[in-house]
Design a binder for this molecule. Sequence first.
Ligand code: HSE
Length: 440
Amino acid sequence: MAEPLRIGIAGLGTVGASLVRILSERHLQLATTCGRPIEIVAITARSREKNRGVPLDLYAWHEDAVSLAQTAEMDVFVELMGGAGDPAYSAVKAALSRGIHVVTANKALLAAHGIELAGIAEAHGALLNYEAAVAGGIPVIKALRESMTGNTIARVYGIMNGTCNYILTRMEKEGLTFEACLKEAQRLGYAEADPAFDIEGNDTAHKLSILTSLAFGTAIAADDIYLEGITNISPEDIRAASDLGYRIKLLGVAQRTESGIEQRVHPTMVPFDSVIAQVDGVTNAVAIESDILGELLMVGPGAGGNATASAVLGDIADIAKSRPGAQHVPAFGRPVDKLLPYTRAQIQSHEGGYFIRLEVVDRTGVFASIAGRMAEQGISLESIMQHAKTASEPGAPQTIILVTHATSEHSVRDAVQAIKGEGYLVGEPQVIRIERPKEY
Ligand code: HSE
């Protein structure tokens, strides 16, 4: 049997501990599949004492991830610490600078420094593999980076945060509060160390920025993403969406437009009978629309120890199987100096349908005024309805729901602004974009 592939692991949280366990349990199977054994030679984590449910005493312990990356005799450095800054950034840089391959699940790091790290990898003949960074166990990086080479991609979108999808699903199906669902997601190990990254949409944005680069061959532009999280989605929105035949999902969407690339992350209403609407719980889904292949939709586990470790393991196995001296796949699908400049489209140029929920004072003429403000902006309405509150006092606030046909973001914003000026709104209007899969 060939020489073992020696790996060092930095970070032994949910994913790291799963990886160590799987590597030990499937040692023989992996050695057969890869043609060489995969041996853990060095590990590091924040605390040495913590019980992770896996034996660690067989592996050389390092106190510090950067020194492990700088000194350990290894072929692959597996970075599972997370975070855009140090120690992850310096450790990955140090490993790549030694020509050591890196496997990482760190979307924040790649969103912030991915192109720089890809350049270092290229310069030193190392691989930078990161399948686990986007959509957990779904092999979307490989699909975009390798399998779909030659396709021109028009749009890539999906559910890329298990925590948000888990929360929205349980709120809808069990009528639970947002807070209760978030706690449960944290307990199950889906959420980020700071769950604000999940619920405010940053985690999805990091992942989307990576997909955008792969899909459109551009440099990563993680700061150019329109961002709205799910914290202001109320049970009323979920109910109203359901009454209208939609579900609310946090989508990340990147598409080519005439004015450039549009990247956005926001709660989105998707038609109930679309496949993406049926993606529940921690499951993720990514759709890619392209010219040669058509529409590819991948659905699978998006978060959690095993799902993420499965993708990390796939990346390690790819390296174990690669022939010495073989040409490496560039980290972002093309050599760094061949990445195209990124041109941003304005979110205001987005065209699509909108759901608008307004709490209004119950008085004559309000309905007509709302319809008028919409008409002034040339917005065509698909439906307009008043949700009469049962057992409400005469004159108590009422809910009006509008669904528009495709229109521009700009027109909707102007119409809502005009409605706000009329003086009959109670509270802030809720505006949720509608995204239709290609078949619609
Ligand atoms: N917190 C992330 C999620 C984990 O909920 O999807 C995977 O990136």
